[in-house]
Structures are given as C-alpha cells and as structure tokens.
Design a protein around this ligand. Structure first.
Ligand code: G6P
Length: 547
C-alpha cells in the first residue's frame, strides 16, 4: 500500500522556500510517511496535451504534470482562485464565477484523475488536498477507483449561505460527498461543512434518493516540522541578501517585528501597516526602537484583486514610511520576493515579535514557525489574529487580536514589547508544547490512520436516471453499506422501497452506482437502468436477488 498525496502545488524538495503553508505541511507529512506526491509542475504543456514526469527524492516520488494553458487558466485563476478562494475567505464581493471556468476546473481535475489511474495500485491510499481539487474523488470514482480517498481543506470552509449562492453548489456538495473522509482545520470549519452538506442533501432529496449517511469528517489541525524548523532557526544565518542587510542595519538596538505572508487580500497587510503607524503615533517612545519587517511574496498576479492588493500594500507602506521614517533608521521594510526558509527561520529567531494578523486564515503555519524558531531562554512574543486556525491551538500563549480593530493590534504590540522574560517564557512554553505534540508527522498520521480505519465506504449513492414515475419516491429508510470491494449489505428496508439495484457502468470499470425502486415498478425500472448502459445486479432486503 502506498500513500498518494495530490495537491495543485508540489514543492519538489530542493531546499527552496515552499510557496505556501499547504506545501510546507504536506512536505513534512510526506517525509515522515513516504509516498508519491502528484501535482502541477508549474508549467504549461506546449501542445495542449498533458505530460508528466517523476523524480525521486528520499522516500518521496514527485510526479508533476504540465497542464494545457487554456484549461489551466479557468481552473486555477478562474474557479479555484476567483470563486472558491474568496468564498472560503469571506470575500464574496470578489467572486467572479463563469460556467466556462467551472468546466475547466472539472476538466483539469479529470486530467489529474487520468494520471492517477495510470499509477495507482489497488491497495493505495489517496489523500487529496485543498480547494483546487474538490471534484477529484468523484472523477476517480467515475474511472472505477475503489481505493479509500481522503480530502483535507487547508483554507477555512466557506460560509454555507455564500456557497449556496453558487450555481454549482449541488455539484460541489456531491463532489465533497465522494470522499471517505474529509479533514478540516477547525471545529468551526467542520460545522460549516456539516451545515452545507445537510442543507444540500435536504434540497437534493426533493429530486432523488440518498442511500448513505454523509461522509465522515473531522478536525485535523495541520502542523509543521517543529523539531526541524527549530534546529534550522538555531543554526542558520540569514543568507538572503536583502533580509540580512535589513537585520544588519537594525543591529541590536532596534527590535524587529516580523511578518511573513503571501501577498493576499486575506492577510490584511495594508491594515497591518496602518495599525503599526497607529502604534507609533500612540507610543512615540518606540520611534527608532522598533522596525516592522514584512516579507510578502507576490503570487496569483494574473488575478485583478491581487494586483490591486499589491498596489494597496505598497501605498500603505509608503504612507507609513512617509509619516514615521526618521533619519537613517528604518521604520518598516517590505520584501515582495520569497525568502529561503533557513533565512526566514533565522530572522524569526532574531525578531522580538511575530505579527500574524490575517482577516481570515485556514491555519497560518507562519505563526507556528515563529514559535518553533524562538530561543527557549529568550523567546519572542506571538501576536496573532483570532481569525486564524492557529488561534484555536495557540490561544494559551499568543496575544490574540482583531485585525479589523487597529487599536487591538496597537495594545498587543505594546504588551508584547513590554513583556518581561518570565511571562514570555511561560507563554512560549504553552505554545511550543502544542506544536511539538501536533507536528506535521502527527497531523498526517492522524489523518491517514483515520482514513485507513474506515470500515464502511460511502460510495453507494443514488443517481437519477431521468425522472420516471417509478423512480424512487420512497422515503429513504433504505440503507446499504459496502462491506467489501464487491459486496453490498442492505441494512434496512422499508416496505415502500424494496429493491436496490447495483449497476456497473461499463465492463472493467469498477464504478458502482445504486438505484433504488419500489417493488411494483422493478421490472420496468431495471429495463431503464439497463437501457442506460448499465449491467446490473439486484439486491433485495435479504441480499442478492436472482434476476
Ligand atoms: C496557501 C494556502 C493554501 C493554498 C496555497 C496555494 O498556502 O494556505 O490553501 O493551496 O496557498 O497557493 P498558490 O501560490 O499555489 O496559489
């Protein structure tokens, strides 16, 4: 049995800075468990087809795909990042939906499914990551894959009301239901998911029948490679030339307040610059004693909202410097390129405050990395937005703030800078024990064990073969559970819905679809199922029925 991890972005292990929190977590998990990591190569295919290659590093095989550019655009910059991302971060005002983008999204998911089908063995476990790949399990099931498939959402789960406004909310719900196990960062995300699925099932029940309970879902807060990051921070020098020049200029007389975010409207970077400006106005004694160092690599720049956010960020930065820059000493620094991880780890260790203030964030691994990088004898203070997943785990030690309230950030900055060594140590030890216990390996181990441990598969679901008189009006008192790859057990049948028909889509394609009908119409119903191209077997209340 091998573990297949699938995500849009793959960090081929070169020691380079990973593009975001998701790849950091997955990389740690895969290093601990070994397996195959499948994702986009970062390149477009030249002739519109898909090409893939496989590179091995240690115990991980990296399989990367070049994707056709015309489909990639609608998939990545379209549906994933202009519909799902803003919805998941409470920015429905930024949603730009188009049915063409959704088709590209499904198409690219199909390409990933084709690649996986070529490589999967029967006992392999599949773990799919993030909002780019929601439909992948469904696409795999349609190709006959019977393996267990799990999904982990790295972002927050969208507000169910917002999701319902999407024309394709039904397809999204059905895609989510194709998984054996879904993992979320926080209890709030899990609740939103459950609300969305139960409302969606209620609306779909009007037209068809559900045979299964909703898929299993739980909370699995993602972790980092804590020990590895700590030792990197302890040993590393800042080799990034821009960052090392900044820290050289600060010397020991100016305390660094550090932030590292992808430049994204969910991260509230301009608001952070303004809050820092307010801090300096209210506490002028800190002028020339502190410097805000913001690392904010630019990405997704083909999307208008990101170009706008980059402009807002630069302008807030200019305003801050114009108002507070004195003489030669820097008041704030903004780096919009990515920085290698060892340099970042070393800079975190040298910074008195980690300032992590997004409006909304699934987890925010930078918060955990900042804690891991600290010197146990003289740790810095984490100032953390309450609207991050990390706040749920780190509330015992971090100073929690509301990024919309500049004053709450101002208060926390002052408290952080004035905090005595004893309190800093006490707060830090609470946080470090959480992130040591729940590191990347533990996170992945919990998820994988849970996925493996599932004994029931939820793949048996109803389908609508064109509405017909005899198609199931029956209430759903009919429950069927797959007990092994090839057998189905019917657990309870009402006297209204007597027969379960299990169809096979095509020879050699293991996909199974269940239809339910009432006793009276069974023969006509079977004919309809067969004429729709299915071969069938019939299950009655006590097991298979001879046809
Ligand atoms: C961050 C988010 C992830 C997301 C990733 C994608 O890491 O936390 O949820 O998958 O960004 O970033 P990209 O640069 O690939 O758009």
């Amino acid at each position: 049995m091998r573990l297949f991890v699938v995500s849009n972005r793959v960090a081929v292990s070169t020691g380079q800075s990973a593009p975001g929190g998701m790849t950091v977590g997955i990389e740690g998990a895969l290093r601990a468990h070994g397996g195959v990591w499948v994702g986009w190569s970062g390149k477009a295919s030249t002739d519109g087809s898909v090409s893939s290659r496989c590179v091995a590093h240690g115990n991980v095989d990296y399989v990367t795909l070049d994707l056709p550019p015309e489909k990639f655009q609608g998939y990545y910059a379209g549906f994933a990042n202009q519909v799902l991302w803003p919805l998941c971060h409470g920015r429905r005002d930024l949603v730009a939906y188009s049915s063409g983008d959704f088709e590209s999204y499904l198409h690219v998911n199909g390409l990933f499914a084709d690649e996986l089908v070529r490589r999967l063995g029967p006992d392999d476990l599949i773990w799919i990551h993030d909002y780019h790949l929601v439909p992948l399990a469904r696409a795999l099931r349609a190709r006959g894959v019977g393996s267990r498939i799990g999904f982990f959402l790295h972002t927050p789960f969208a507000d169910p009301d917002d999701l319902f406004d999407l024309p394709v909310h039904g397809a999204i719900a059905e895609s989510l239901e194709a998984y054996d196990l879904l993992g979320f960062q926080t209890r709030g995300d899990l609740e939103s998911f459950r609300t969305f699925i139960s409302r969606s099932r209620a609306s779909r029940r009007l037209g068809s029948v559900h045979l299964t309970s909703p898929p299993r879902a739980d909370v699995f807060p993602i972790g980092i490679e804590t020990a590895e990051f700590e030792s990197t921070a302890r040993a590393a020098q800042i080799v990034d030339t821009r960052l090392s020049a900044i820290f050289d200029r600060l010397g020991s007389g100016i305390a660094a307040i550090i932030s590292a975010d992808r430049l994204d409207y969910s991260k509230a970077i301009p608001e952070k610059f303004r809050a820092f400006g307010a801090f300096l106005e209210l506490h002028p004694e800190y002028e020339e004693r502190v410097c805000l160092v913001q690392v904010a690599p630019i990405g997704r720049s083909e999307i208008p909202a990101y170009a706008l956010e980059a402009a807002r960020t630069r302008s807030a930065y200019r305003d801050l410097r114009a108002a507070h820059q004195r003489a030669e000493l820097p008041v704030a620094e903004l780096l919009t390129e990515s920085v290698d991880r060892p340099s970042l780890a070393a800079a975190f260790r040298r910074s008195r405050v980690g300032l992590v203030t997004p409006f909304r964030d699934g987890m925010n691994l930078v918060a955990k990395e900042y804690v891991a990088a600290q010197d146990a004898d003289d740790p810095g203070v984490l100032v953390l937005s309450s609207f991050t997943g990390a706040a749920e785990e780190l509330s015992g030690g971090a100073l929690l703030v509301d990024p919309r309230e500049a004053l709450s950030v101002v208060r926390a900055l002052r408290q952080a800078l004035e905090m005595g060594i004893e309190e800093r140590r006490a707060r830090w030890s609470k946080m470090i024990s959480v992130i040591c216990r729940n590191d990347a390996a533990a996170w992945a181990g919990n998820f994988i064990e849970s996925l493996r441990g599932r004994r029931e598969a939820p793949h048996l679901r109803s389908t609508s073969i064109a509405p017909s008189r005899d198609a199931p009006r029956a209430r759903l008192d009919f429950r069927a559970v797959r007990t092994a790859q090839s057998s189905w057990e019917v657990q309870a049948v009402s006297d209204r819905a007597r027969h379960l028909v299990v169809g096979r889509a095509a020879p050699g394609d293991g996909a199974r679809t269940a239809f339910v009908t009432n006793n009276a119409g069974v023969n006509e119903f079977l004919l309809r199922v067969r004429s729709a191209g299915y071969t069938t077997e019939l299950l009655g209340p006590n097991g298979p029925v001879k046809l």
